[in-house]
Design a binder for this molecule. Structure first.
Ligand SMILES: Cc1ncc(COP(=O)(O)O)c(C=O)c1O
Length: 375
Protein backbone atom coordinates (compact mmCIF):
# COMPACT_ATOMS: atom_id res chain seq x y z
CA UNK A 1 0.00 0.00 0.00
CA UNK A 2 1.28 3.48 -0.84
CA UNK A 3 1.10 6.47 1.44
CA UNK A 4 -1.90 6.50 3.74
CA UNK A 5 -2.96 9.92 2.54
CA UNK A 6 -1.76 11.77 -0.51
CA UNK A 7 -2.53 14.84 -2.56
CA UNK A 8 -2.50 13.94 -6.23
CA UNK A 9 -1.92 16.94 -8.47
CA UNK A 10 -3.12 16.72 -12.06
CA UNK A 11 -0.61 18.79 -14.00
CA UNK A 12 -2.70 18.48 -17.16
CA UNK A 13 -5.41 20.39 -15.31
CA UNK A 14 -2.90 23.08 -14.30
CA UNK A 15 -1.74 23.30 -17.92
CA UNK A 16 -5.34 23.51 -19.17
CA UNK A 17 -6.16 26.26 -16.67
CA UNK A 18 -3.03 28.21 -17.59
CA UNK A 19 -3.89 28.05 -21.30
CA UNK A 20 -7.48 29.07 -20.63
CA UNK A 21 -6.52 32.03 -18.43
CA UNK A 22 -3.76 33.15 -20.78
CA UNK A 23 -6.31 33.07 -23.59
CA UNK A 24 -8.70 35.27 -21.61
CA UNK A 25 -5.89 37.67 -20.70
CA UNK A 26 -4.93 37.92 -24.34
CA UNK A 27 -8.35 39.40 -25.08
CA UNK A 28 -8.21 42.25 -22.59
CA UNK A 29 -7.57 45.91 -23.06
CA UNK A 30 -4.87 46.92 -25.56
CA UNK A 31 -2.61 44.32 -27.14
CA UNK A 32 -3.50 41.60 -24.68
CA UNK A 33 -1.84 40.82 -21.41
CA UNK A 34 0.85 38.38 -20.40
CA UNK A 35 0.13 35.94 -17.56
CA UNK A 36 1.83 35.72 -14.20
CA UNK A 37 1.23 32.44 -12.39
CA UNK A 38 0.98 33.09 -8.67
CA UNK A 39 2.88 30.20 -7.09
CA UNK A 40 3.23 31.55 -3.57
CA UNK A 41 2.54 29.31 -0.58
CA UNK A 42 4.00 26.28 -2.39
CA UNK A 43 1.72 26.94 -5.36
CA UNK A 44 -1.35 27.06 -3.13
CA UNK A 45 -0.28 23.74 -1.61
CA UNK A 46 0.22 21.98 -4.96
CA UNK A 47 4.03 22.06 -4.97
CA UNK A 48 5.86 25.04 -6.40
CA UNK A 49 8.41 23.43 -8.71
CA UNK A 50 6.23 21.02 -10.71
CA UNK A 51 3.55 23.70 -10.96
CA UNK A 52 6.04 26.41 -11.99
CA UNK A 53 7.47 24.21 -14.75
CA UNK A 54 3.99 23.29 -15.95
CA UNK A 55 2.63 26.84 -16.12
CA UNK A 56 5.74 28.13 -17.88
CA UNK A 57 5.29 25.44 -20.51
CA UNK A 58 1.60 26.33 -20.92
CA UNK A 59 1.42 30.06 -21.55
CA UNK A 60 2.45 31.83 -18.35
CA UNK A 61 5.58 33.93 -18.67
CA UNK A 62 5.91 35.26 -15.11
CA UNK A 63 5.91 33.71 -11.65
CA UNK A 64 4.58 35.57 -8.61
CA UNK A 65 5.68 34.83 -5.06
CA UNK A 66 5.48 36.64 -1.76
CA UNK A 67 8.82 36.21 0.01
CA UNK A 68 12.38 36.29 -1.25
CA UNK A 69 12.74 32.80 0.25
CA UNK A 70 10.07 31.61 -2.18
CA UNK A 71 11.88 33.32 -5.05
CA UNK A 72 15.11 31.57 -4.02
CA UNK A 73 13.39 28.20 -4.15
CA UNK A 74 12.50 28.84 -7.78
CA UNK A 75 15.94 30.15 -8.79
CA UNK A 76 17.77 27.39 -6.87
CA UNK A 77 15.84 24.88 -8.98
CA UNK A 78 17.24 26.47 -12.12
CA UNK A 79 14.06 28.23 -13.21
CA UNK A 80 15.14 31.48 -14.83
CA UNK A 81 11.74 32.90 -15.83
CA UNK A 82 10.82 36.40 -14.66
CA UNK A 83 9.77 36.39 -11.00
CA UNK A 84 8.15 39.10 -8.90
CA UNK A 85 8.28 38.95 -5.08
CA UNK A 86 6.09 41.29 -3.06
CA UNK A 87 5.95 40.77 0.69
CA UNK A 88 8.83 41.48 3.09
CA UNK A 89 10.13 44.02 5.57
CA UNK A 90 12.80 46.52 4.65
CA UNK A 91 15.79 44.43 5.77
CA UNK A 92 15.51 41.41 3.47
CA UNK A 93 18.21 40.24 1.09
CA UNK A 94 17.34 42.57 -1.77
CA UNK A 95 20.88 42.38 -3.13
CA UNK A 96 20.33 38.66 -3.73
CA UNK A 97 17.17 39.51 -5.69
CA UNK A 98 19.06 42.08 -7.76
CA UNK A 99 21.80 39.57 -8.53
CA UNK A 100 19.35 36.85 -9.49
CA UNK A 101 17.03 38.91 -11.65
CA UNK A 102 14.09 38.74 -9.24
CA UNK A 103 11.88 41.83 -9.50
CA UNK A 104 10.84 43.39 -6.22
CA UNK A 105 7.67 45.17 -5.29
CA UNK A 106 7.96 48.53 -3.54
CA UNK A 107 5.05 49.14 -1.20
CA UNK A 108 6.28 51.94 1.08
CA UNK A 109 8.74 54.83 0.78
CA UNK A 110 11.02 52.95 3.20
CA UNK A 111 11.13 50.01 0.81
CA UNK A 112 12.22 52.31 -1.99
CA UNK A 113 15.02 53.60 0.26
CA UNK A 114 16.09 50.02 0.93
CA UNK A 115 16.44 49.02 -2.74
CA UNK A 116 20.03 48.25 -3.76
CA UNK A 117 21.56 49.48 -7.03
CA UNK A 118 20.75 47.34 -10.01
CA UNK A 119 17.36 46.14 -8.82
CA UNK A 120 14.21 46.12 -10.93
CA UNK A 121 11.05 47.19 -9.15
CA UNK A 122 7.29 47.26 -9.50
CA UNK A 123 5.72 50.12 -7.57
CA UNK A 124 2.57 48.95 -5.81
CA UNK A 125 -0.09 51.52 -5.16
CA UNK A 126 -2.96 51.00 -2.75
CA UNK A 127 -6.02 51.80 -4.87
CA UNK A 128 -8.54 50.77 -2.24
CA UNK A 129 -7.83 47.31 -0.87
CA UNK A 130 -6.19 48.94 2.15
CA UNK A 131 -3.74 46.13 2.60
CA UNK A 132 -0.30 46.37 1.05
CA UNK A 133 0.76 49.10 -1.37
CA UNK A 134 1.94 52.69 -1.19
CA UNK A 135 -0.55 54.93 0.61
CA UNK A 136 -2.39 57.19 -1.80
CA UNK A 137 -1.00 60.31 -0.15
CA UNK A 138 2.59 59.03 -0.52
CA UNK A 139 2.22 58.08 -4.18
CA UNK A 140 3.18 61.41 -5.88
CA UNK A 141 6.39 61.80 -3.88
CA UNK A 142 7.26 58.11 -4.21
CA UNK A 143 6.95 58.08 -8.01
CA UNK A 144 8.96 61.32 -8.21
CA UNK A 145 11.77 59.71 -6.21
CA UNK A 146 11.58 56.47 -8.17
CA UNK A 147 11.80 58.43 -11.44
CA UNK A 148 14.85 60.21 -10.12
CA UNK A 149 16.52 56.93 -9.14
CA UNK A 150 15.71 55.55 -12.57
CA UNK A 151 17.28 58.58 -14.30
CA UNK A 152 20.44 58.04 -12.27
CA UNK A 153 20.45 54.38 -13.32
CA UNK A 154 20.13 53.07 -9.75
CA UNK A 155 16.85 51.21 -10.11
CA UNK A 156 14.71 50.24 -13.04
CA UNK A 157 10.94 50.67 -12.70
CA UNK A 158 9.44 47.85 -14.74
CA UNK A 159 5.97 47.82 -13.26
CA UNK A 160 3.21 49.72 -11.57
CA UNK A 161 0.60 47.58 -9.94
CA UNK A 162 -2.21 47.20 -7.46
CA UNK A 163 -4.57 44.51 -6.16
CA UNK A 164 -8.38 44.33 -6.36
CA UNK A 165 -10.53 43.92 -3.27
CA UNK A 166 -13.77 42.55 -4.71
CA UNK A 167 -13.43 41.31 -8.28
CA UNK A 168 -15.07 38.03 -7.18
CA UNK A 169 -18.24 39.98 -6.46
CA UNK A 170 -19.46 41.09 -9.91
CA UNK A 171 -20.95 44.55 -9.88
CA UNK A 172 -19.26 45.52 -6.62
CA UNK A 173 -18.70 49.29 -7.01
CA UNK A 174 -15.20 49.07 -5.50
CA UNK A 175 -13.91 47.49 -8.72
CA UNK A 176 -14.74 50.55 -10.85
CA UNK A 177 -13.38 52.83 -8.14
CA UNK A 178 -10.10 50.93 -8.02
CA UNK A 179 -9.82 51.05 -11.82
CA UNK A 180 -10.29 54.81 -11.71
CA UNK A 181 -7.71 55.19 -8.98
CA UNK A 182 -5.26 52.97 -10.84
CA UNK A 183 -5.62 55.14 -13.95
CA UNK A 184 -5.01 58.21 -11.78
CA UNK A 185 -1.95 56.60 -10.22
CA UNK A 186 -0.57 55.80 -13.69
CA UNK A 187 -1.16 59.39 -14.80
CA UNK A 188 0.67 60.74 -11.74
CA UNK A 189 3.57 58.36 -12.45
CA UNK A 190 3.66 59.35 -16.14
CA UNK A 191 3.83 63.02 -15.13
CA UNK A 192 6.80 62.17 -12.95
CA UNK A 193 8.46 60.60 -15.99
CA UNK A 194 7.69 56.90 -15.41
CA UNK A 195 6.43 54.83 -18.33
CA UNK A 196 6.61 51.29 -16.95
CA UNK A 197 6.47 48.37 -19.31
CA UNK A 198 4.05 46.40 -17.09
CA UNK A 199 0.87 47.73 -15.52
CA UNK A 200 -0.97 45.02 -13.61
CA UNK A 201 -4.09 44.80 -11.52
CA UNK A 202 -6.20 41.69 -12.21
CA UNK A 203 -6.33 38.54 -10.08
CA UNK A 204 -8.22 35.38 -11.12
CA UNK A 205 -11.66 36.95 -10.79
CA UNK A 206 -10.43 40.05 -12.63
CA UNK A 207 -9.17 37.87 -15.48
CA UNK A 208 -12.57 36.22 -15.83
CA UNK A 209 -14.81 39.21 -15.23
CA UNK A 210 -12.98 42.54 -15.58
CA UNK A 211 -11.24 42.83 -18.99
CA UNK A 212 -10.58 46.52 -18.31
CA UNK A 213 -8.26 45.42 -15.50
CA UNK A 214 -6.04 43.22 -17.67
CA UNK A 215 -3.56 45.91 -18.77
CA UNK A 216 -0.15 44.36 -19.65
CA UNK A 217 -0.04 41.45 -17.19
CA UNK A 218 -2.59 39.48 -15.17
CA UNK A 219 -1.87 37.57 -11.96
CA UNK A 220 -3.61 34.21 -11.76
CA UNK A 221 -3.72 32.39 -8.44
CA UNK A 222 -6.72 30.34 -7.41
CA UNK A 223 -8.00 29.79 -10.95
CA UNK A 224 -4.73 28.14 -11.98
CA UNK A 225 -5.52 25.39 -9.53
CA UNK A 226 -8.95 24.93 -11.05
CA UNK A 227 -11.31 26.69 -8.67
CA UNK A 228 -13.77 28.99 -10.43
CA UNK A 229 -13.09 32.40 -8.88
CA UNK A 230 -16.64 33.72 -9.19
CA UNK A 231 -19.60 31.84 -7.75
CA UNK A 232 -21.98 30.83 -10.50
CA UNK A 233 -19.66 31.78 -13.40
CA UNK A 234 -18.22 28.81 -15.25
CA UNK A 235 -15.01 29.68 -17.07
CA UNK A 236 -14.21 26.01 -17.72
CA UNK A 237 -11.41 25.43 -15.23
CA UNK A 238 -10.39 21.96 -14.01
CA UNK A 239 -9.62 21.30 -10.35
CA UNK A 240 -6.06 20.08 -10.04
CA UNK A 241 -5.85 18.49 -6.60
CA UNK A 242 -7.35 15.22 -5.40
CA UNK A 243 -6.89 14.38 -1.74
CA UNK A 244 -7.17 10.67 -1.17
CA UNK A 245 -6.38 8.04 1.44
CA UNK A 246 -6.77 4.34 2.08
CA UNK A 247 -9.01 2.73 4.66
CA UNK A 248 -6.90 1.62 7.61
CA UNK A 249 -9.66 0.08 9.71
CA UNK A 250 -13.09 -1.23 8.71
CA UNK A 251 -15.62 -2.68 11.12
CA UNK A 252 -19.25 -3.52 11.41
CA UNK A 253 -20.99 -1.96 14.42
CA UNK A 254 -24.53 -2.26 15.84
CA UNK A 255 -27.06 0.54 16.27
CA UNK A 256 -26.37 2.82 19.23
CA UNK A 257 -22.59 2.78 18.81
CA UNK A 258 -20.90 6.05 19.76
CA UNK A 259 -18.21 7.09 17.27
CA UNK A 260 -14.99 9.10 17.88
CA UNK A 261 -14.28 11.57 20.71
CA UNK A 262 -17.24 12.40 22.95
CA UNK A 263 -19.43 10.10 20.87
CA UNK A 264 -20.95 13.01 19.03
CA UNK A 265 -22.13 10.57 16.36
CA UNK A 266 -24.20 7.55 17.31
CA UNK A 267 -25.10 4.90 14.73
CA UNK A 268 -28.80 4.34 14.11
CA UNK A 269 -28.49 0.94 12.42
CA UNK A 270 -26.06 -1.87 11.73
CA UNK A 271 -23.43 -0.13 9.71
CA UNK A 272 -19.81 -0.20 8.54
CA UNK A 273 -17.46 2.40 9.97
CA UNK A 274 -14.28 3.15 8.05
CA UNK A 275 -11.19 4.81 9.48
CA UNK A 276 -9.47 7.41 7.29
CA UNK A 277 -5.84 8.19 8.19
CA UNK A 278 -5.93 11.98 7.76
CA UNK A 279 -6.87 14.55 10.36
CA UNK A 280 -6.60 18.19 11.14
CA UNK A 281 -2.80 17.96 11.21
CA UNK A 282 -3.12 17.04 7.53
CA UNK A 283 -5.53 19.85 6.72
CA UNK A 284 -8.87 18.14 7.32
CA UNK A 285 -10.72 20.92 9.14
CA UNK A 286 -12.22 19.97 12.48
CA UNK A 287 -15.35 21.78 11.34
CA UNK A 288 -15.99 18.83 9.02
CA UNK A 289 -16.87 16.76 12.10
CA UNK A 290 -20.39 15.37 11.61
CA UNK A 291 -20.78 17.67 8.61
CA UNK A 292 -18.41 16.76 5.80
CA UNK A 293 -18.35 13.77 3.49
CA UNK A 294 -16.00 11.72 1.35
CA UNK A 295 -16.44 9.25 -1.51
CA UNK A 296 -15.81 5.52 -1.25
CA UNK A 297 -16.28 3.36 -4.33
CA UNK A 298 -18.13 6.17 -6.07
CA UNK A 299 -20.60 6.66 -3.20
CA UNK A 300 -20.71 9.68 -0.92
CA UNK A 301 -20.47 8.81 2.76
CA UNK A 302 -20.76 11.15 5.76
CA UNK A 303 -17.99 11.88 8.23
CA UNK A 304 -19.12 10.36 11.54
CA UNK A 305 -18.21 12.26 14.67
CA UNK A 306 -15.18 14.33 15.49
CA UNK A 307 -12.27 14.76 13.12
CA UNK A 308 -9.14 14.07 15.19
CA UNK A 309 -5.55 15.17 14.64
CA UNK A 310 -4.57 12.20 12.46
CA UNK A 311 -7.77 10.41 11.54
CA UNK A 312 -11.52 10.45 11.19
CA UNK A 313 -14.33 7.93 10.77
CA UNK A 314 -16.80 7.59 7.92
CA UNK A 315 -20.20 5.88 8.11
CA UNK A 316 -20.22 3.71 5.00
CA UNK A 317 -23.61 2.03 5.68
CA UNK A 318 -23.78 -1.27 3.85
CA UNK A 319 -21.13 -0.46 1.26
CA UNK A 320 -18.69 -3.31 0.80
CA UNK A 321 -15.48 -1.67 2.01
CA UNK A 322 -12.21 -3.50 2.63
CA UNK A 323 -9.01 -2.51 4.35
CA UNK A 324 -6.88 -0.57 1.86
CA UNK A 325 -9.78 0.64 -0.26
CA UNK A 326 -9.41 4.12 -1.69
CA UNK A 327 -11.26 7.01 -0.11
CA UNK A 328 -11.48 10.30 -2.02
CA UNK A 329 -11.65 13.20 0.40
CA UNK A 330 -12.05 15.82 -2.31
CA UNK A 331 -11.29 15.94 -5.99
CA UNK A 332 -12.23 17.26 -9.40
CA UNK A 333 -15.96 16.82 -8.81
CA UNK A 334 -16.54 14.54 -11.80
CA UNK A 335 -18.06 11.82 -9.65
CA UNK A 336 -19.42 11.43 -6.13
CA UNK A 337 -16.45 13.03 -4.42
CA UNK A 338 -16.83 16.42 -2.78
CA UNK A 339 -15.02 19.40 -4.27
CA UNK A 340 -12.66 21.69 -2.44
CA UNK A 341 -15.39 24.34 -2.60
CA UNK A 342 -17.73 22.03 -0.68
CA UNK A 343 -15.03 21.44 1.89
CA UNK A 344 -14.56 25.19 2.18
CA UNK A 345 -18.29 25.72 2.71
CA UNK A 346 -18.40 23.01 5.40
CA UNK A 347 -15.38 24.56 7.09
CA UNK A 348 -16.72 28.12 6.77
CA UNK A 349 -13.68 29.23 4.85
CA UNK A 350 -12.47 29.66 1.27
CA UNK A 351 -10.91 27.05 -1.03
CA UNK A 352 -7.55 28.86 -0.73
CA UNK A 353 -7.37 28.00 2.97
CA UNK A 354 -8.22 24.34 2.38
CA UNK A 355 -5.63 23.97 -0.41
CA UNK A 356 -2.83 25.79 1.40
CA UNK A 357 -3.70 23.98 4.61
CA UNK A 358 -2.97 20.47 3.36
CA UNK A 359 -0.29 19.41 5.79
CA UNK A 360 3.40 18.93 5.12
CA UNK A 361 3.26 15.21 5.92
CA UNK A 362 0.82 14.55 3.07
CA UNK A 363 2.98 13.67 0.07
CA UNK A 364 2.20 15.42 -3.20
CA UNK A 365 2.27 13.14 -6.19
CA UNK A 366 1.87 14.21 -9.79
CA UNK A 367 0.05 12.87 -12.80
CA UNK A 368 0.44 14.14 -16.31
CA UNK A 369 -0.18 12.77 -19.78
CA UNK A 370 3.16 14.14 -20.93
CA UNK A 371 6.54 13.82 -19.38
CA UNK A 372 6.42 14.94 -15.76
CA UNK A 373 8.31 18.16 -15.17
CA UNK A 374 11.09 17.04 -12.83
CA UNK A 375 11.41 18.58 -9.36
C1 LIG B 1 -0.94 40.49 -4.94
C2 LIG B 1 -1.66 39.29 -5.42
N1 LIG B 1 -1.94 39.17 -6.73
C3 LIG B 1 -2.60 38.10 -7.21
C4 LIG B 1 -3.02 37.09 -6.38
C5 LIG B 1 -3.82 35.95 -6.95
O1 LIG B 1 -5.13 36.10 -6.52
P1 LIG B 1 -6.22 35.00 -6.93
O2 LIG B 1 -5.88 33.79 -6.16
O3 LIG B 1 -7.51 35.62 -6.54
O4 LIG B 1 -6.07 34.83 -8.40
C6 LIG B 1 -2.76 37.17 -5.02
C7 LIG B 1 -3.19 36.10 -4.12
O5 LIG B 1 -3.82 36.25 -3.14
C8 LIG B 1 -2.05 38.30 -4.51
O6 LIG B 1 -1.78 38.44 -3.22
Amino acid sequence: MGPVAEAVVDLDAVAHNTRLLSGLAGHGKGQGAATMAVVKADAFGHGVLPVARTVLASGATWLGVTSITEARQVRDAGIDAPVLAWLYGTDDDFAWAARHGVDLSVSTPDHLDAMPPGVTVHLKVDTGLTRNGVAWTDWPSLVARAADLERRGTVRVRGIWSHLASADDPGNPSVALQLERFEEALAVAAKAGLEPQLRHLANSAGIVDVPAAHYDLVRAGLALYGVEPIDGVVAGLRRAMTLRARAVNVKRVPPGTGVSYLHQYVTDRDTTVVLVPAGYADGVPRLLSNRGAVAIGGVRCPIAGRVAMDQFVVDAGDLPVALGDEIVLFGPGDGAEPTVEEWAAWAQTNPHEILTGIGARVPRTYVSSGELPHG
